[in-house]
Every structure is written in structure tokens, then in C-alpha cells.
Design a protein around this ligand. Structure first.
Ligand code: SAM
Ligand code: ZN
Length: 373
């Protein structure tokens, strides 16, 4: 009865956020302890895919209340993929279910992201991350007006330029790969969208509805662009790892950073937590990173802040300060004490940190970091 294409899996898990470990969606199923890994189950119950499941596979699906009962039913119907090595099971999604639906953030393209004919004469050109033209044409047709310009700054083997050209859009492609330019031209030629000027004969006519460009129409530049603000070359080199000298102010110790920030965040009553705005004795404060180290946050003072223990305890190292403050304000958490004070502490810490950087050698700053002030 059903002859759809399994396009891809959709991992039916949501970030755990504030879910309680007691909620059904946090409980393990078939040995997958999602909560322990910071997730909860999110199994469709409403929406078009739930309806599709009900119409196509499991009658009465949308009336199944329990999340684990829904998982059992999906599994019994063969709709759950259990990867051999993967950590998470996945819900199978059928491209056919998408017919007539506006695309969501997951596009179920029948060709998939790697499935195309690799035979001779096919669009496949061997680039390791090549994508099918069909997907890009769909995206361009949907989001670029006919007189628009498509920019792909990482265009690889030129799928975007080719798709844009096929749809009559102007395009700009860029890539650090030095064969990208040739590949654009090769593929234009192969698609009969362009011919070298030297080969352009009287007999060559454009395919119907297409503008035949010559290679002369394709502008190619290897010169890095100039910045418009200071007229310097935007990318003088493509060196990826840059060695930066470590400045003396970047080398001050943990204890010295704490000493400066205590001064920055203090009031007559105590020290303000820059996360929740509580004023506590300095013993309750912990030194933390503003941008987490996992996001390449640096250790030096400009990226450091004092937080109270409870706030810092909640801030796992993958959460940014801003994320936690946002979470703090939600109704069911709501333990933000004084946002205004927290902000004052943040900007004061920032101001002190920049003074340490900019006035490092002055006696005042030296006294401050030594805790003499
Ligand atoms: C995922 S591939 C793009 C594949 C492309 N969508 C296609 O279908 O062919 C990413 C591309 O980014 C390029 N790239 C990586 N770093 C770059 C940089 N700093 N500047 C320009 N291109 C870069 C790589 O050479 C690679 O071709
Ligand atoms: Zn706090």
C-alpha cells in the first residue's frame, strides 16, 4: 500500500531545559536514558506528521496518551530506527508525508542530501561535500526573486552557482579551494549553460528559455577584497592558526582576577552576583567564564565574572550567561533577584577588566591586582 521514500531520520528528542526528571518525557525507554544525556523525548502527537502516521500506519495513533505507549506503538510499526552505533533512536520520516505541506526547518527532499546518480553524464563531480542540484534549485526558487543575486561564500564544487544559473539568477560564488573556479566553468559547460568564447560558433543556440553565457561573462577574481572602512585588504592571508603574543595583562592569576572583580562588583553590603543580582559575602562568589571555554572563551579577565555559587552551579559550562539569565526569568524558575543590580555588576566588571588591560602598568592597577587598592 505504501511506497514512500525514507528520506531521513528525525531525532525525536528535545533539549532537557527545565523539564523535571519525574516527567514521563524524561523517563528512559528501551534502555535509552535520554534525561541522563540532557534530553527528553519529544514524540509527535499532533501536527501533520502525527496525522500521517495515523492515516498510514497506526490507526488511533493520535489518541495514544502516554509518551512511552506512543514510542512502543511506533516501534511495533517499524517506524523507529535503532542505529547500531548511534546513541539515539530516530523516528523515520517519509518524504511522501511532506506532500502539500509548507517546508519546515527539515526539508524532506526525495533525492536526500547525497543520493544522486553517480554514473557518467550525471551531475556528480566527485567533490566530497557535493549536494544535489535539486535541493539548491528548490531553495533558490523559493527564496530568491527572479532578478535577485545568490551569494554562496562556501560554494565548493559550484552547486549553488549552477542551480542559480539554471534558474536565471545572478550569482556570486566564493571558495578557498583553488579549483573552485575551474569547476564552475566545467559544470556550466557540462550543463550547456556556457561555452568558452573560443568555441562559440554560429550553430550554437541557447537551450530554450536559457541564456547562453560565454566564459567571458563569468568574472573571476583571486584578489582579496578591500575593506570599505579602512581600505585594508580584507584577508591578506588564509592562515588559519594565528599566533598572538600573550600580553602581560592576560597573564594575571586566578587570585588576582578575583581580587579585581571583587572590587568591581562590591557594594557596602557585600558583593553582587552578576548572574542573579543577589548581594552576598565574598565567600559565596565563584569566578566564572562569560563565554564558556567550550565555546573558545578565554581565561583572561575580560571574559571573567563573579557569580554566586547557586547561579554558577546551574550554569553548566555549555550555557552562556545570557542563556542562564533568560532561563532564570522563566516563570517556573524565577529566582532572578535583581536584574538591575546584576547588570550593574556586569558592566562594572567589564569596565574594570578593560582598565586592567589598558592601564596595566599604572601603579593603581598594579595595586588593584595585588589586592592592595
Ligand atoms: C560543505 S563545502 C560546500 C559544498 C557545496 N555546497 C557544494 O555543493 O559543492 C564547504 C566549502 O567551504 C570552503 N571553505 C572552507 N573555509 C573557507 C574559507 N575560509 N573561505 C572560503 N571557502 C572556505 C571549502 O573549501 C568547501 O568547499
Ligand atoms: Zn547569583
Amino acid at each position: 500500500m505504501f511506497a514512500g521514500v525514507l528520506a531521513c531520520q528525525y531525532f525525536f528528542l528535545a533539549p532537557r531545559h527545565n523539564s523535571s526528571p519525574d516527567s514521563p518525557s524524561a523517563k528512559p525507554w528501551r534502555g535509552y536514558d535520554v534525561y541522563a544525556k540532557g534530553r527528553v523525548w519529544s514524540v509527535p502527537k499532533t501536527g501533520h506528521y502525527a496525522k500521517y502516521i495515523e492515516d498510514t500506519f497506526i490507526s488511533g495513533y493520535r489518541s495514544i496518551e502516554g509518551i512511552h505507549d506512543r514510542l512502543d506503538a511506533l516501534d511495533a510499526a517499524g517506524l523507529i530506527h535503532h542505529p547500531k552505533r548511534g546513541v539515539w533512536p530516530g523516528l523515520k520520516r517519509y518524504a511522501a508525508s511532506d506532500r502539500g505541506q509548507p517546508p519546515q526547518n527539515l526539508i524532506l527532499e526525495p533525492t536526500g542530501f547525497t543520493n544522486y546518480n553517480k554514473g557518467r553524464g550525471s551531475e556528480y563531480c566527485g567533490y566530497p561535500t557535493q549536494k544535489p542540484l535539486a535541493i539548491y534549485e528548490r531553495m533558490i526558487a523559493a527564496s530568491c526573486p527572479p532578478d535577485g543575486i545568490v551569494l554562496d561564500p562556501f560554494c565548493g564544487c559550484a552547486t549553488t552557482p549552477i542551480a542559480a544559473e539554471r534558474l536565471g539568477r545572478q550569482w556570486v560564488g566564493m571558495d578557498i579551494w583553488d579549483k573552485a573556479h575551474e569547476t564552475v566553468l566545467d559544470r556550466l559547460r557540462k550543463e550547456q549553460l556556457a561555452v568558452p568564447e573560443s568555441e562559440l560558433g554560429d550553430h550554437e543556440t541557447p537551450q530554450e528559455g536559457r541564456h547562453l553565457i560565454t566564459f567571458g561573462d563569468v568574472t573571476y577574481s583571486r584578489t582579496p577584497p578591500e575593506r570599505t572602512d579602512n581600505n585594508e585588504v580584507a584577508a591578506p592571508s588564509f592562515r588559519l592558526k594565528m599566533q598572538r603574543p600573550i600580553e602581560p595583562w592576560q597573564k594575571i592569576t586566578h587570585k588576582q582576577i578575583v581580587s579585581v572583580l571583587l572590587k568591581a562588583q562590591e557594594t557596602t553590603e557585600g558583593v553582587i552576583c552578576a548572574g542573579c543580582g543577589r548581594v552576598l559575602e565574598k565567600e559565596f562568589m565563584e569566578l566564572d567564564h562569560i563565554t564558556p571555554k567550550s565555546d573558545r572563551g578565554e581565561n583572561h579577565i575580560i571574559n571573567r565574572i563573579l557569580l554566586c555559587r547557586p547561579f554558577n552551579g546551574r550554569k553548566r559550562d555549555n550555557l552562556t550567561m545570557r542563556g542562564l539569565v533568560r532561563e532564570n526569568k522563566k516563570k517556573d524558575v524565577n529566582w532572578m533577584r535583581n536584574e538591575q543590580l546584576a547588570k550593574i555588576a556586569q558592566s562594572s566588571a567589564e569596565a574594570y577588566a578593560y582598565r586592567v588591560r589598558d592601564e596595566f602598568r599604572t601603579p593603581e592597577i598594579q595595586a588593584l591586582i595585588q589586592g592592595l587598592r
